[in-house]
Ligand binder design. Structure first.
Ligand code: ZN
Ligand code: ZN
Length: 367
């Protein structure tokens, strides 16, 4: 069948809305009609060459849709079910999977590196027969996609698709960083550097974890105001205030947990600098593959930790349904984060994200 996809042929160029021929789902695969797909900084990283991928490729990795067909061997997903797509397909057989760290699955890593659905084949091609690659088994900037069964997580249809989409990346990453990487406990203090789609969910995760102080840092007044509505107790304007001294003055001696939700070495340096002795700095954002960070060594004597996290360390099949329940229960406020726009505005949405003009998360919707 035919699908319309936004294809990146060359780094630095706009995506081209192109019709592709989509294969029937193979063994263990699921065909999904995309309803909503978020626009994340990681997609920009691909477009701008900071995250090299096999080309041509269809970006998009934060999406919700409807199951329209399943391949042989898929007997636990009904046609019509609402699913959130996940960039963490897993094999449940490799060392990482057996250790319970399915987000580090080596098979999932192979799909990401090869841009295929099974290590060898892609699910679609151009009319001249040439393959188009997938982005981590999702490639949701398209109207219909094939994904591995383990990359589709069924969620309650009561969650609107535009909200459900966010569960796949921004919410998993932000809340997961709080719950899994930092393990914030009630009464602890938190700083969040960067209040975009991910950072605002770090703020919400910290509020749900019972943090006593949540210091949000950004350069944008509207983002800081939204951070306050979502649970930040203090805000720091990084345009006028020196971030490190302001945060450590607000929370005397530094915070228990500081998060770089931007993905830049300077922001990670700020996060590390504002941790108290015994504190944890968490690298939440996705860094350019050649980014380097230099940190002062002496503060490590204070038993500070610097930890990385991939998609918040979540197990999508456990955590995404939980996050959906958090939304339906009113604990996680996601409706305020969604700015909907039609799918064919994908390049405009990416341009506005690049320019930093976006409050919260743009979500492209497909009729
Ligand atoms: Zn993302
Ligand atoms: Zn595995």
């Amino acid at each position: 069948m035919r699908t319309t996809a936004a294809v990146l042929h060359h780094v630095g160029q706009p995506l081209e809305l192109t019709e592709l021929e989509l294969r029937d789902p193979g063994p263990g695969q699921v065909q999904v009609r995309i309803r909503a797909t978020g626009v994340c900084a990681s997609d920009l990283h691909i477009l701008d060459g900071r995250l090299p991928k096999p080309l041509p490729v269809v970006p998009g990795h934060e999406a919700a849709g409807e199951v329209v067909a399943v391949g042989p061997g898929v007997d636990d997903l009904a046609i019509g079910a609402q699913v959130v797509l996940s960039i963490l397909p897993r094999c449940l057989a490799c060392d990482a999977c057996r250790a319970g760290r399915t987000n580090l699955c080596s098979w999932g890593g192979e799909l990401a590196a090869t841009g295929t659905l099974d290590g060898q084949l892609t699910g679609w091609h151009l009319d001249d027969g040439s393959s188009v690659h997938h982005f981590n088994g999702v490639s949701s900037f398209a109207t219909e996609v094939l994904v591995p069964r383990s990359g589709a997580v069924e969620v309650d249809p009561a969650v609107p698709a535009a909200v459900a989409a966010l569960l796949g990346c921004a919410v998993s990453t932000g809340v997961g960083a709080v719950r899994n990487a930092a393990q914030v406990r009630p009464g602890q203090t938190v700083a969040v550097i960067g209040c975009g789609g991910v950072g605002l969910n770090v703020v919400q995760g910290a509020r749900m974890a019972g943090a006593s102080r949540i210091v949000a840092v950004d350069v944008d007044d509207d983002k800081l105001a939204l951070a306050r509505r979502l649970g930040a107790t203090d805000t720091v304007d990084a345009r006028g205030d020196a971030v490190r001294t302001t945060v450590t003055a607000l929370v005397d001696g530094g915070v228990d947990h500081a998060f770089d939700a931007i993905g830049r070495p300077e922001a990670l340096g700020d996060a590390f600098a504002v941790t108290a002795p015994g504190g944890t700095a968490v690298a939440v954002g996705l860094y350019a593959t050649d980014a380097q960070v230099t940190l002062p060594a002496f503060p490590l004597v204070g038993e500070r930790r610097l930890v990385g996290t991939y998609l918040g360390g979540v197990d999508p099949h456990v955590d995404i349904p939980r996050l959906a329940a958090d939304h339906l229960g009113g604990r996680l406020r996601l409706s305020d984060l969604v700015v909907e726009r039609p799918f064919d505005e994908v390049n405009d949405a990416l341009d506005e994200l690049r320019a930093g003009r976006v409050l919260a998360r743009q979500v492209l919707t497909v009729d």
